[in-house]
Design a binder for this molecule. Sequence first.
Ligand code: 26V
Length: 817
Amino acid sequence: MPESSTRTAAAAPASTADAAIERHLLHTVAAAPGQATPTEIMHAVAQVAREHLSQRWVAGDSADRAAKARRVYYLSMEFLIGRTLSNALAALDLKGEMGKAAAAHASTLEDLAATEPDAALGNGGLGRLAACFLDSMATQELPSFGYGIRYEFGMFKQAIQDGRQVEGPDAWLEDGTPWEFPRFNVHYPVRFGGWVEPATDPSRVPTWRHAGEVNAKAYDMVIPGHGTQRVSTLRLWKAVAPAQIDLHAFNTGDYSRAAEFKNQYENISWVLYPNDSTPAGRELRLRQEYFFTSASIQDILARHLAEHGNLANLADKVAIHLNDTHPAIGVAELMRLLVDEHGFGWMSAWAVTKKVFSYTNHTLMPEALETWPVSLMQHVLPRHLEIIFRINAEFLAEAAAHRPGDNDFLRRLSLIDETGERRVRMAHLSIVGSHKVNGVSALHSDLLVQTIFADFASLWPDRFTNMTNGVTPRRWLAQANPSLSSLIDSTIGSGWRLDLTQLSRLKPHAEREDFRNAFLAVKHANKARLAAHIEATTGVKVDPASLFDVQVKRIHEYKRQLLNVLQVVARYQAMLAAPQADWVPRTVIFAGKAASSYVAAKNVIRLIHDIGQVINNDARLGGKLKLVFIPNYGVSVAEVIMPGADLSEQISTAGTEASGTGNMKLALNGALTIGTDDGANIEIREQVGDDNIFIFGLKTPEVAAAKQAGYQPLRIYESHVQIKAVLDAIAGGQFSPDEPGRYRPLVDSLLWGGDHYMLLADFDSYLETQSKVDALYRDRQAWAKKAIANVAGMGFFSSDRTIGEYARQVWGIAPKH
Ligand code: 26V
């Protein structure tokens, strides 16, 4: 859209909304109303929302202070928020008014909203979950804060050049954001390095002689609640070099040295680390983790002291949640603050700490569990390492009493991994320091206690629990899919926004042909919108009448985008072998980012493009098969994709996907799932019914058994004509004629590298199930019935339900509903 408004004269504003926008255009944005660009108008509209929100913020904060409320603090390295404008206007019930005001500027609200950059302060599922939780915590009126890092650069921007992913910086703060409130008076010193002077006598505490200090400055983002006046706060920390640090360099005129010093401190909050198949054991990442955790806990203690005068009742008033192990150093930090700075004895500090913390695990994959070399921790956080050693010594003494003489047990439990270079196990620190530990789906939580945390579960069975993930219906249905929302509103009323279980009332309407047709019409319109996005971003024209088959998520081997690709090639070959057959037209849609250093994932992106190039230009197919990759997947792109999907691909190897949340968003928008018996797919099946979902492949115990029995992918390849044809075509260069050997290594990793995620084992079952999908799609009425059953069955997967469970069972705070 061109950056200019067609409004010519600055006529008198017609409504209070108009007047407010014009006031902000003039006074905040400093733009002439008649000449303002869409971006400028967006900023002015946002300022109007901001005024309302800040009033609510102040009122809610005072109420919590007066009530001396117990609060929950959600510590997370990632918050994948996306855009805020539409969400804020919906929460404030200002959409109608602002839409009219936008029209006066010859614009629509959607066009204005599209000029806001996404706040992409997260990688994927873990970060988006944190954002859905903030929405639910505000809506449920929980006295709550999110705490994280104000990254200058969020998740990288993905461009595709010659079929390959190219990463670019995400300078989301370049033009400022209307949604943050700098808190000039809220800042804390965060210290690093140096050494520890032992206590001179037992009644004293050791002294940490730190080597460096950085200032953490608070920036609050306001999180509107829906259907309530309450808002919540996301407090993000920016690292600023302490003033004295460069004074000397400045005084001596050495400006480049001064800048270098400044960088050394301020780089802590510069950029979000992309997650990879394996964690990056980099010093800067550890500094990030400690930086935001320390600032947050200092802030929590300061707030408590301001309200209560002392820390004696801390555990009654404070719940701190660890979103994965990234803030786990907080366990040692709270101990340090209580013991070294606030006069607590070790034992009472430890009792408080365990009551305060709780921890969610988000992955089973052993290689993704965070550990830090003891030597690095000694260098960066020497006092914390001492504290961790003491926690460990006392913990192991307790554990030894459970199983006297079992040294293996103790070695497995220890907070320190002693095999090879000694490393601190952050998950173990989190478990020992928390009163509750949870997984994110029923299967995942079961597997935690059966596998990686089995020893801990034998010690403390009651500590482990499940909190199945959810998604916010406000963003993922009301905002992303306005046409389906109004169809639902006119059928069962609008209460589902705050009570998603009301969607079950749709169930009987699936039997009505007029309702099914209305539903199909909505879906078709959303597919047309998605098709337009596909054409604009990839140049490929796709047919909205074809089955839209969608796999959108981070690119990772365990998620098996490659299995989907193999299926596409098999379909292509089958279509060429029988071009006259009545093929169901399909558009296979991928989107997702690969971590920049994850070579295997990046190759899959390139393979998708190479195959797409061949398939999309093969006239023999008569346009009945298309393969596209939508670039730069993120929250806003997802809001366009979810409503336009027919089929949701959730095909991870059983036992590898902790939960998945894209599966919930897609089903909520009426897509049918084709998926494995993994993560939350299992609970989706329970909710929507066996007949309304396509489940295939090995189950978790079967995966384990097949591995045990000596899985031989090469055997499958040799005896399976179709798999052989598919892999030979890819490995032989049919899709990369300019470089025939390009995908040999990728195919070899399946045949000779052990096919770790068992693609070939599930291939048959997957293909068979895909044929059932085709058969059903031929009967649009039968398809619509099942799609509606999916929407109707999604009530359970609201993040409001999840947050209610956390509030009651983990945090000890009563939610509103
Ligand atoms: C690991 C690392 C390693 C170091 C660099 C930065 C970084 C960032 C994140 C991670 C762990 C990512 C774990 C994760 O995203 N898990 C996903 O969590 C979702 C919400 O619970 C869940 O739905 C997905 O199944 C799970 O994969």
